[in-house]
Design a protein around this ligand. Sequence first.
Ligand code: ZN
Length: 336
Amino acid sequence: MPDIAAANWKVSDAARRLHQDALVWDNHAGFGPDPSVDLEILEAWRAAGVDYLSVNVGYDVISWQQTVKNIGAFLTWFEKHPDRFTLIRRSEDILAAKREGKLAIAFDLEGMNALDGESYMVSFFYRLGVRQMLFAYNRSNLAGGGCHDEDPGLTAFGRRVVEEMNRVGMLVDCSHTGYRTTMDVMNAAAAPVIFSHSNPKALHKHGRNILDEQIRACARTGGVVGINGIGLFLPDRHASTKSMVDCICYVADMIGTDHVGIGLDYTPESLDSLLEMNPLFWPPSEGYGQGGLMRIADPNQLPEITDKLMDRGWAEADIRKLLGGNFLRVASAVWK
Ligand SMILES: [Zn+2]
């Protein structure tokens, strides 16, 4: 397990105080969704002072039936562990959970295979706690193009899903999705669109990273780009705090501090064997497998990010927006 102890990070008292007081929002956890996952691993985020975490319950690699089973298993686990964790429905619930020292959780879906071709499934998943969904997980699907595949653009089905997500109040997410589809989505959406966990391609050329044009289009919708902590997608494969902060500042300099956040994609487990079993979803040519993800920035690194941003002259109010205020603003506007 990488540097999990908070003591490993050099952080000033001022940065630690700000981190404790601010709402800390991590917009994506990276562990593989499966009924057998022991969700006690979430204590790593809670102990690190994260207040809200979006937990993945399904992605295009698995069947929609498997996704439903994951949700069943996860709901049951949360019902049995109400002391430290709470499944939230609305953005106000997150602030209440923070006051009680609990980690607030909502679910996300990575890819639209979970809908099995039916836009009415958006409402079904929303009622089960899913608050954001992205289009295509690396490979193209019925809704649109994946970032590691031929991209036909947003399909007629994808367009119906965007309308339905806007109606229901589910956050529209463009991470993992092909360039053309993301641009179509951001044109079609009637509410802010996010990239939950995507880094600027200008700082590190990788198929999972996004162009300046996509970053600007996201800001025009009122949305937020969450900076990803996986070494493979960062300028520095050790996922150093400097490299995270470089990505944060690059996006903030381009579109302003109202439109950048954090989506670490952290997991304490090694994903190598999973990635190697599915080369279509994780092409080895893009560096996946055999340790290719490199280190992942862990939640205990967040106070050091705060510290480095203070060093770079960021105002406290802007750091609060980055840590959670921006994603809270968007969720408050979109969730119903
Ligand atoms: Zn992801």
